[in-house]
Ligand binder design. Structure first.
Ligand code: 9WN
Length: 440
């Protein structure tokens, strides 16, 4: 099958690289890159990882700095915060640094941050930045600096976020990075939407309300954040109402653990414990496997129920080599990835990027945030997954349409996976940075 007809733009590699570079350069904040000026004016955790993956081609030094600055904002317990606030722009995003008051919480870093986390893609990003220019990395002691912090970060996930069964839990939809995914609907239904703090929506000055989570969802997001904060961000609240195992978080954790093994070995240490940890996470993820949908799903820890919905995050275990996955699993995931729910390669009008949510679901909305649109980081991860399993030629087919949509729409936050129409904010850093990576 062919991909859908695209407008006849054959992107000019030099012009595209220049445009993408201008976006990441324009979003540089001095020691890190903001995801987008306006909508996201601080440092975000997993954004920095994706941005560094693109920056390594432009400036290995800047890519190191991007990750170093995030790692230097680590809490004493090892957590890497979802947001590191830039005091110069505190009024521009809600909840603000004042909402969290992290300086008053034990073990917080000297800079203001949220108490939440985001998916642990960092060790892999550190490894990719290093491997791109190993001599430059060695000269600056990049891995030596990063390794102990990454080990502490993964220890936090294991000791503070994983229950007996060893799966990391998220305690807020923001932690998943896929904020309003349909995976969280049922768990959010038991969360009150009545925070004490007024619900502020500065985001609506920068993106259309129809493309952002609703006020009802925001009420719940604020309420949950208040509850977590009021328990000192301690992970010791037995009645926290939102505790969910997210397939993206766990698959990326396992992939990052393999990267930690590579980092350890590059430093002359033994990587075996990290490889064993990756295998342990993959084994634990069996609890998330939905054999009917042939995809990993979420598990609601409060009810013990699986949330049986297919999202692009459920395919992220493709980032793990076949010999790390249970027998037959890679083939099953590849079937799902290329089937009607995601890429629909044999369909009459196949998607040119994988939607964030099952294309066959009746409640998919192709313009609403994590409830259908395609995101460039998820598609980049999926292409890496296809390549991990030898489908390089298949992955390559998506590069030009993806890059064209990115350029044509001004590096949007996300796009309609059928038309390529851009949504959310523009000049979005990881869209631009991953475009650089795709072209490099
Ligand atoms: C909350 C910064 C972040 C991304 C997330 C994306 C969005 C924030 C928001 O923007 O979330 O973290 O305000 O909606 O969902 O993946 O890291 O780009």
């Amino acid at each position: 099958a062919t991909l859908p007809d695209r407008p006849a733009i054959v992107h000019d590699r030099v012009a595209t690289l220049a445009a993408a570079t201008a976006v990441v350069r324009g979003n540089w904040g001095g020691a890190y890159t903001v995801p987008a000026t306006g909508l996201y004016p601080h440092q975000w955790s997993w954004d920095s990882a994706f941005i560094a993956i693109g920056l390594r081609h432009l400036s290995p030094r800047r890519a190191q700095l991007e990750l170093d600055s995030l790692l230097s904002s680590q809490w004493a317990d090892g957590r890497l915060p979802q947001i590191v606030y830039d005091a110069r722009r505190d009024d521009d995003y809600a909840p603000s640094a004042a909402f969290w008051g992290s300086a008053d919480l034990p073990g917080s870093p000297p800079v203001p941050t949220t108490g939440l986390i985001q998916p642990p893609v960092h060790a892999w990003a550190v490894w990719l930045v290093h491997a791109h220019e190993p001599a430059e990395s060695a000269r600056r002691g990049f891995l030596e600096r990063a390794y102990p912090r990454l080990v502490a970060w993964h220890r936090y996930l294991r000791e503070r976020r994983a229950a007996q069964d060893g799966l990391a839990a998220v305690v807020h939809p923001w932690e998943s990075g896929t904020d309003n995914s349909p995976l969280w609907d049922d768990a959010l239904a038991r969360v009150p939407g009545t925070p004490r703090a007024p619900i502020e929506r500065p985001d609506l000055q920068h993106a259309d309300a129809s493309e952002r989570p609703s006020n009802k969802e925001y009420g719940k997001y604020f309420w949950l954040a208040e509850r977590y904060r009021d328990h000192g961000c301690s992970d010791a609240d037995p009645d926290h109402p939102f505790v969910v195992n997210d397939p993206t978080t766990n698959a990326l954790w396992a992939r990052a653990e393999l990267a930690l093994a590579d980092i350890a070995e590059a430093l002359g240490r033994d990587g075996a414990a990290h490889r064993a940890e990756a295998a342990r996470i993959v084994a634990a993820m069996e609890a998330l496997w939905d054999a009917d949908l042939e995809v990993y799903v979420a598990l609601d820890r409060r009810t013990g129920e699986l949330v049986r919905k297919a999202t692009v995050g459920g395919l992220m275990a493709l980032l793990l080599p076949a010999d790390v996955l249970p027998p037959g699993r890679a083939d099953a995931l590849l079937r799902t990835a290329q089937g009607p729910r995601f890429l629909d390669v044999d369909g009459a009008a196949p998607q040119f990027m994988a939607p964030s949510y099952d294309a066959t679901a009746p409640d998919l909305d192709p313009a609403l945030y994590w409830r259908g649109p395609a995101w460039f980081n998820m598609m980049w991860l999926l292409l890496e997954g296809l390549r991990t399993h030898g489908l390089d030629a298949r992955a390559e087919k998506y590069v030009d349409p993806m890059v064209e949509a990115a350029v044509r729409e001004g590096f949007p936050e996300y796009v309609n996976p059928w038309t390529g129409d851009g949504h959310g904010t523009r000049s979005f850093s990881w869209t631009a940075a991953l475009t650089v990576d795709l072209l490099s």
